[in-house]
Ligand binder design. Structure first.
Ligand code: IMP
Length: 196
């Protein structure tokens, strides 16, 4: 089957293609369907944003598709940056700006508990489905590693001694929040006999 992945984030596209590499689903990018739009994500929740992104593509292109919205929830910051993870340091900020702001906000706080949450919204033939994945961990006081993207250099998943940015793609993609949400999606598609 073919599914459009409604994202302009090439890191996410590469991770999802890696996670689903041996499955008979062809993941089409926005470029593959000649969509060059900036897709709005203005909802106040991960679920709302994931649905908004998937609907944008389904409604405009009529293609079965899914979208991922992810947030990093930090306990000591009452769940921030959460749904605002992409623009934590302000509009037009980059990954580095966001990490700088996160480390500044946390300062020397000893409670470094955090959780990555991914919500995947799937739309097939106009019907909506949601899938969730979470990974708990700690925010380090400084960056470690150069792989991955976003907050990966400061996120140490529980039970591991490497940050996501110190892991190779195969290791991160076998335990991440995105991996877990994708497994839920896959189970659903198998159950529906959409994939084997
Ligand atoms: P969104 O789902 O595109 O809104 O992503 C929110 C932001 O969370 C991204 O811009 C990244 O900074 C961050 N993010 C999303 N997924 C990951 C991940 O797997 N690792 C690290 N940061 C991530």
């Amino acid at each position: 089957m073919e599914l459009v992945f409604a994202t302009n984030n090439l890191h996410k596209l590469s991770e999802i293609r890696h996670i689903l590499q041996n499955i008979n689903i062809q993941i089409l990018s926005l470029k593959d369907i000649a969509c060059f739009d900036e897709i709005p994500e203005t909802a106040p929740t991960l679920e709302g944003n994931a649905l908004q992104k998937a609907h944008y593509i389904y409604d405009k292109f009529g293609r079965n598709c899914f979208a991922d919205d992810t947030g990093l929830e930090v306990d000591a910051l009452n769940g921030a940056p959460g749904v605002y993870s992409a623009r934590y340091a302000g509009e037009g900020c980059n990954f580095d700006d966001n990490i700088n702001k996160l480390l500044l906000e946390l300062g020397q706080t000893t409670n470094r508990e955090a959780c990555f949450k991914t919500v995947i919204a799937l739309i097939i033939d106009g019907k909506e489905y949601l899938f969730h994945g979470e990974v708990s961990g700690k925010i380090l006081t400084e960056r470690k590693g150069a792989e991955g993207f976003g907050y990966d250099p400061v996120f140490l998943p529980d039970g591991h001694n490497k940050t996501f940015a110190e892991m190779d793609a195969a290791t991160k993609n076998a335990l991440s929040h995105r991996y877990k949400a994708t497994q839920q999606l896959l189970q659903f598609l198998k159950h529906q006999n959409q994939v084997k």
